[in-house]
Write a protein that binds this ligand. Structure first.
Ligand code: NAG
Length: 232
Protein backbone atom coordinates (compact mmCIF):
# COMPACT_ATOMS: atom_id res chain seq x y z
CA UNK A 1 0.00 0.00 0.00
CA UNK A 2 2.67 2.49 1.07
CA UNK A 3 4.98 1.45 -1.71
CA UNK A 4 2.14 1.92 -4.13
CA UNK A 5 1.52 5.46 -2.89
CA UNK A 6 5.19 6.40 -3.13
CA UNK A 7 5.37 5.04 -6.64
CA UNK A 8 2.35 7.11 -7.69
CA UNK A 9 3.80 10.19 -6.08
CA UNK A 10 7.13 9.77 -7.84
CA UNK A 11 5.36 9.27 -11.15
CA UNK A 12 3.21 12.33 -10.64
CA UNK A 13 6.07 14.62 -9.64
CA UNK A 14 8.33 13.34 -12.41
CA UNK A 15 5.79 14.45 -15.02
CA UNK A 16 5.19 17.66 -13.07
CA UNK A 17 1.56 17.15 -12.04
CA UNK A 18 2.00 18.01 -8.37
CA UNK A 19 4.48 20.82 -8.23
CA UNK A 20 5.15 22.57 -11.51
CA UNK A 21 2.91 24.87 -13.46
CA UNK A 22 3.55 26.91 -16.57
CA UNK A 23 3.10 30.65 -16.07
CA UNK A 24 -0.19 32.19 -17.08
CA UNK A 25 -1.16 35.85 -17.17
CA UNK A 26 -4.58 36.13 -15.57
CA UNK A 27 -5.13 39.89 -15.70
CA UNK A 28 -3.69 42.95 -17.43
CA UNK A 29 -5.25 46.39 -18.05
CA UNK A 30 -7.29 47.26 -21.12
CA UNK A 31 -7.46 50.71 -22.72
CA UNK A 32 -5.79 52.36 -19.76
CA UNK A 33 -5.55 56.17 -19.51
CA UNK A 34 -4.11 58.51 -16.86
CA UNK A 35 -2.91 62.12 -16.62
CA UNK A 36 0.68 63.30 -16.42
CA UNK A 37 2.22 64.08 -13.04
CA UNK A 38 0.39 61.24 -11.29
CA UNK A 39 1.60 57.74 -10.43
CA UNK A 40 0.20 54.58 -12.00
CA UNK A 41 0.44 50.86 -11.32
CA UNK A 42 0.01 48.68 -14.37
CA UNK A 43 -1.09 45.28 -13.11
CA UNK A 44 0.05 41.93 -14.44
CA UNK A 45 -1.52 39.12 -12.41
CA UNK A 46 0.12 35.77 -13.01
CA UNK A 47 -0.04 32.17 -11.86
CA UNK A 48 2.64 29.52 -12.09
CA UNK A 49 4.76 27.23 -9.91
CA UNK A 50 7.40 28.25 -9.16
CA UNK A 51 6.38 31.92 -9.21
CA UNK A 52 7.17 33.29 -12.63
CA UNK A 53 9.71 36.05 -13.02
CA UNK A 54 8.02 39.17 -14.42
CA UNK A 55 9.64 41.58 -16.86
CA UNK A 56 8.12 44.51 -18.71
CA UNK A 57 8.80 46.32 -21.96
CA UNK A 58 7.55 49.70 -23.20
CA UNK A 59 7.24 49.96 -26.99
CA UNK A 60 9.56 46.96 -27.18
CA UNK A 61 12.27 48.56 -25.04
CA UNK A 62 13.47 46.49 -22.09
CA UNK A 63 15.50 49.29 -20.48
CA UNK A 64 13.07 51.56 -18.65
CA UNK A 65 13.58 54.95 -16.90
CA UNK A 66 14.25 55.14 -13.13
CA UNK A 67 10.65 56.24 -12.59
CA UNK A 68 9.61 52.67 -13.53
CA UNK A 69 9.74 49.89 -10.94
CA UNK A 70 8.52 46.30 -11.04
CA UNK A 71 6.77 45.51 -7.75
CA UNK A 72 6.82 42.11 -6.01
CA UNK A 73 3.25 41.60 -7.22
CA UNK A 74 4.50 41.87 -10.80
CA UNK A 75 2.80 45.25 -11.33
CA UNK A 76 4.79 47.98 -13.06
CA UNK A 77 4.75 51.12 -10.95
CA UNK A 78 5.40 54.40 -12.79
CA UNK A 79 5.87 57.58 -10.77
CA UNK A 80 5.40 61.10 -12.13
CA UNK A 81 3.83 60.02 -15.42
CA UNK A 82 5.07 61.80 -18.54
CA UNK A 83 3.28 62.12 -21.89
CA UNK A 84 6.04 60.05 -23.53
CA UNK A 85 5.15 57.10 -21.25
CA UNK A 86 2.21 56.46 -23.62
CA UNK A 87 2.49 53.38 -25.80
CA UNK A 88 2.35 49.63 -25.82
CA UNK A 89 3.33 47.76 -22.65
CA UNK A 90 4.10 44.06 -22.55
CA UNK A 91 4.26 41.90 -19.44
CA UNK A 92 6.40 38.75 -19.71
CA UNK A 93 6.05 35.90 -17.19
CA UNK A 94 8.63 33.13 -17.17
CA UNK A 95 9.63 30.10 -15.08
CA UNK A 96 11.57 26.96 -15.97
CA UNK A 97 8.42 25.32 -17.34
CA UNK A 98 7.57 27.97 -19.83
CA UNK A 99 6.86 31.61 -20.58
CA UNK A 100 4.00 33.80 -21.75
CA UNK A 101 3.32 37.45 -22.47
CA UNK A 102 0.45 39.90 -22.94
CA UNK A 103 0.32 43.47 -24.22
CA UNK A 104 -1.91 46.50 -23.84
CA UNK A 105 -1.86 50.18 -24.69
CA UNK A 106 -1.52 52.88 -22.08
CA UNK A 107 -2.17 56.55 -22.86
CA UNK A 108 -0.95 59.46 -20.74
CA UNK A 109 -3.07 62.59 -21.18
CA UNK A 110 -2.28 66.19 -20.26
CA UNK A 111 -3.69 67.04 -16.82
CA UNK A 112 -6.36 69.71 -16.32
CA UNK A 113 -5.09 72.96 -14.84
CA UNK A 114 -6.46 76.39 -13.93
CA UNK A 115 -3.71 78.79 -14.98
CA UNK A 116 -4.77 82.00 -13.20
CA UNK A 117 -5.46 82.99 -9.63
CA UNK A 118 -9.10 83.93 -9.33
CA UNK A 119 -10.00 87.56 -8.67
CA UNK A 120 -10.89 89.00 -5.31
CA UNK A 121 -13.38 91.70 -6.05
CA UNK A 122 -15.16 94.48 -4.19
CA UNK A 123 -17.93 96.15 -6.19
CA UNK A 124 -20.86 98.51 -5.65
CA UNK A 125 -24.29 96.84 -5.75
CA UNK A 126 -25.84 97.04 -9.21
CA UNK A 127 -22.53 96.99 -11.07
CA UNK A 128 -20.93 94.07 -12.86
CA UNK A 129 -18.43 91.55 -11.45
CA UNK A 130 -16.31 89.22 -13.60
CA UNK A 131 -14.25 86.17 -12.57
CA UNK A 132 -11.87 84.59 -15.07
CA UNK A 133 -10.98 80.91 -15.20
CA UNK A 134 -8.26 80.06 -17.71
CA UNK A 135 -8.27 76.28 -18.13
CA UNK A 136 -5.83 74.08 -20.02
CA UNK A 137 -6.71 70.45 -20.63
CA UNK A 138 -6.04 67.54 -22.94
CA UNK A 139 -7.90 68.26 -26.19
CA UNK A 140 -8.69 64.54 -26.63
CA UNK A 141 -10.89 64.68 -23.54
CA UNK A 142 -14.17 66.54 -23.09
CA UNK A 143 -13.86 69.41 -20.60
CA UNK A 144 -16.65 70.40 -18.23
CA UNK A 145 -16.41 73.68 -16.30
CA UNK A 146 -18.92 74.77 -13.70
CA UNK A 147 -19.04 77.51 -11.10
CA UNK A 148 -19.99 77.42 -7.43
CA UNK A 149 -21.10 80.22 -5.13
CA UNK A 150 -20.33 79.40 -1.50
CA UNK A 151 -19.90 75.74 -2.51
CA UNK A 152 -23.31 75.54 -4.19
CA UNK A 153 -23.39 74.94 -7.95
CA UNK A 154 -24.66 77.96 -9.91
CA UNK A 155 -27.65 77.17 -12.14
CA UNK A 156 -27.25 79.54 -15.09
CA UNK A 157 -30.74 78.79 -16.43
CA UNK A 158 -32.37 79.84 -13.17
CA UNK A 159 -30.11 82.85 -12.55
CA UNK A 160 -30.27 85.10 -15.60
CA UNK A 161 -28.02 87.72 -13.93
CA UNK A 162 -25.23 85.10 -14.02
CA UNK A 163 -23.53 84.43 -17.37
CA UNK A 164 -20.89 81.87 -18.26
CA UNK A 165 -18.89 82.93 -21.31
CA UNK A 166 -17.33 80.61 -23.88
CA UNK A 167 -13.89 81.12 -22.25
CA UNK A 168 -15.38 79.90 -18.92
CA UNK A 169 -15.52 83.36 -17.30
CA UNK A 170 -18.31 84.10 -14.86
CA UNK A 171 -20.08 87.46 -15.22
CA UNK A 172 -22.56 88.67 -12.62
CA UNK A 173 -24.34 91.40 -14.52
CA UNK A 174 -26.12 93.31 -11.73
CA UNK A 175 -24.67 92.42 -8.37
CA UNK A 176 -26.67 92.43 -5.14
CA UNK A 177 -25.35 92.13 -1.60
CA UNK A 178 -26.51 88.49 -1.57
CA UNK A 179 -23.93 87.72 -4.27
CA UNK A 180 -21.06 88.27 -1.82
CA UNK A 181 -19.00 85.23 -0.96
CA UNK A 182 -16.61 82.67 -2.36
CA UNK A 183 -16.71 81.81 -6.07
CA UNK A 184 -15.15 78.59 -7.30
CA UNK A 185 -14.31 77.52 -10.81
CA UNK A 186 -14.35 73.73 -11.09
CA UNK A 187 -12.88 72.06 -14.18
CA UNK A 188 -12.97 68.35 -14.93
CA UNK A 189 -12.41 65.72 -17.58
CA UNK A 190 -13.12 62.00 -17.37
CA UNK A 191 -9.62 61.55 -15.89
CA UNK A 192 -9.10 64.40 -13.43
CA UNK A 193 -10.50 67.55 -11.86
CA UNK A 194 -9.27 70.78 -10.34
CA UNK A 195 -10.71 73.91 -8.74
CA UNK A 196 -9.71 77.46 -7.88
CA UNK A 197 -11.58 80.15 -6.04
CA UNK A 198 -11.86 83.88 -5.56
CA UNK A 199 -14.03 86.18 -3.51
CA UNK A 200 -16.62 88.89 -4.05
CA UNK A 201 -17.87 91.58 -1.71
CA UNK A 202 -20.85 93.63 -2.85
CA UNK A 203 -21.43 96.93 -1.04
CA UNK A 204 -24.35 99.31 -1.05
CA UNK A 205 -23.45 102.82 -2.24
CA UNK A 206 -24.67 104.06 1.13
CA UNK A 207 -21.91 102.25 3.04
CA UNK A 208 -18.76 103.18 1.16
CA UNK A 209 -16.54 102.97 4.24
CA UNK A 210 -16.74 99.15 4.29
CA UNK A 211 -15.05 98.96 0.90
CA UNK A 212 -11.79 99.70 2.64
CA UNK A 213 -12.38 97.08 5.32
CA UNK A 214 -12.70 93.84 3.43
CA UNK A 215 -11.85 91.17 5.99
CA UNK A 216 -8.57 89.48 5.15
CA UNK A 217 -9.91 85.96 5.56
CA UNK A 218 -12.51 86.51 2.84
CA UNK A 219 -10.15 87.75 0.15
CA UNK A 220 -6.92 86.60 -1.30
CA UNK A 221 -7.40 82.93 -2.04
CA UNK A 222 -4.85 81.70 -4.46
CA UNK A 223 -5.14 78.30 -6.10
CA UNK A 224 -2.76 76.81 -3.54
CA UNK A 225 -4.53 78.30 -0.54
CA UNK A 226 -7.77 76.96 -1.84
CA UNK A 227 -6.68 73.36 -1.68
CA UNK A 228 -5.55 73.74 1.93
CA UNK A 229 -8.77 75.34 3.11
CA UNK A 230 -12.01 73.56 3.70
CA UNK A 231 -14.35 75.27 1.30
CA UNK A 232 -14.30 72.52 -1.25
C1 NAG B 1 -1.79 49.55 -29.47
O1 NAG B 1 -2.03 50.60 -30.38
C2 NAG B 1 -1.44 50.43 -31.65
C3 NAG B 1 -1.63 51.68 -32.45
O2 NAG B 1 -2.92 52.19 -32.32
C4 NAG B 1 -2.04 49.19 -32.30
O3 NAG B 1 -1.45 48.97 -33.56
C5 NAG B 1 -1.79 47.98 -31.39
O4 NAG B 1 -2.42 46.84 -31.94
C6 NAG B 1 -2.32 48.24 -29.99
N1 NAG B 1 -1.92 47.15 -29.14
C7 NAG B 1 -2.75 46.47 -28.36
C8 NAG B 1 -2.16 45.40 -27.54
O5 NAG B 1 -3.95 46.72 -28.28
Amino acid sequence: MTAHFIALYLLASSIGLCTSKMPQIKEIPTDLEAVDGRDASLICKTTGVPHPKITWTHNGKISLPKRFRVLNSGSLHISNLQLEDSGEYTCYAENEFGSTMRSFNFTVRRHTEIMNDLERLAVIAGTKATFHCKVTHDKNLALRVFWLHNRKSINFDEEPRFIKTSDHSLIITKTTKMDSGIYTCHAETSLDETAASGALIVQDVTEPSQLKNIPKEVIGYSKENWKKREYY
